[in-house]
Design a protein around this ligand. Structure first.
Ligand code: PYR
Length: 364
């Protein structure tokens, strides 16, 4: 009996030690995930953001956590990434939350609200300004965990075949536009079309749409918009600094070991800075190339900007009156925006206004 009891407890000891080993191994398990991007592979900037995250995560986990990125259309179409993550078809997706405003305009606060925040301010809103907590609560209701993983900086207003001299010129225009701005443009008579980045050029070329915006000079040149439209308008008042995001199924994300979650957080934060830097460098040379090749740059007339601004306020207030989720975040975002603008008007704006108007650094 005694011997049997000894064997049993020894057996327990053995079992305990065999259990301990996998427990240690499980903190760095081998994991392979698939990530669907909303963007075409040709865009090293925005599609490149997901590749950047995948590479960084692999580096940070000694190659144990591998994420394979698929371009728009390879697993799911560009604008169905959120649904594919939500229903578990894929573990994660790299997309822009405002593509899903048709489900609920509240999604836009994660990416960009027209006449909203620039890249610095969006980052402030999403890191220390209250946006992260509010959006996490909203996304949890969709069984998603969402982390910022990219920003394009302020975008251009897009490509038109004819000049836009007044609000009248917008009427009846079939215009590809991303996000919540479509609802605002519609108030001014535009027929907004939300089309994935890789599908814009054929639509523009065939004349299915009259004009299009995507991001800015570097991506737009790669997508070939300058070949079919001459006038390039600015600014993209609907995208002062849109965040590009990594979306994860909530349960999938929660099942990761803490170190892998931390690796994802670090990789996504790094991707945001890297993408912004890449756009800011590539756009400056792409814009020069476009202008040299005949693109006509035009600012939106003030009358158009003012009308769009008023339409945006109406759209926001109407939505807030009927959508409690939107109202809650809109009130917080609006307050943040006002206070942040107050601060930016003092140092940042004074600096920008002086240096952009100053002559080059050459001795007279
Ligand atoms: C767009 O789809 O319009 C972006 O800015 C990414």
């Amino acid at each position: 009996m005694k011997r049997r009891a000894f064997l049993t407890s020894a057996g327990v000891g053995v079992a305990a030690s065999t259990l301990a080993a996998p427990a240690i191994a499980q903190s760095t398990p081998e994991i392979k995930w698939r990530c669907a991007s909303s963007f075409p592979k040709s865009l090293d900037t925005i599609y490149g953001g997901a590749e950047f995250v995948a590479k960084r995560v692999a580096e940070l986990t000694d190659g144990k956590f591998q994420i394979r990125v698929f371009a728009a259309g390879e697993i799911v179409p560009a604008l169905q990434v959120l649904d594919a993550v939500k229903d578990g078809t894929i573990e994660c997706g790299h997309t822009v939350s405002y593509y899903y405003v048709g489900k609920d305009p509240t999604f836009a606060f994660d990416a960009a609200m027209p006449f909203g925040l620039n890249a610095r301010q969006q980052n402030a809103w999403m890191t220390h300004g209250g946006g992260k907590e509010l959006m996490a609560e909203f996304f949890a209701g969709h069984n998603l965990v969402v982390i910022g993983a990219g920003n394009t900086g302020t975008q251009m207003g897009g490509w038109f075949r004819k000049e836009i001299k007044s609000v009248e010129d917008l009427k009846g225009l079939k215009f590809r536009i991303g996000g919540y701005a479509g609802t605002i443009m519609a108030k001014l008579g535009v027929v907004p079309q939300q089309i994935g980045g890789g599908d814009i050029y054929p639509a523009l070329e065939k004349g299915t749409i009259d004009g299009a915006e995507f991001v800015g000079p570097y991506d737009d040149e790669k997508l070939g918009f300058n070949k079919v439209a001459k006038y390039y308008y600015y600014p993209g008042w609907w995208e002062g600094g849109p965040q590009v995001s990594m979306m994860f199924g909530k349960e999938k994300f929660e099942s990761l070991p803490p170190a892998y979650k931390a690796a994802l957080q670090a990789a996504c934060a790094d991707a945001t800075l890297d993408m912004l830097g890449k756009y800011d460098v590539q756009n400056m040379t792409a814009l020069k190339r476009l202008v040299a090749a005949g693109t006509q740059l035009r600012p939106f007339p003030n009358e158009v900007m003012q009308a769009c601004y008023q339409a945006a306020i109406e759209v926001y207030e109407d939505e807030a009156a009927k959508n409690e989720k939107f109202r809650k975040i809109y009130e917080a975002w609006k307050k943040f925006r006002e206070e942040e603008y107050l601060w930016f008007r003092v140092a940042e704006y004074s600096f920008d206004r002086f240096v952009y108007a100053a002559p080059p650094l050459e001795k007279k």
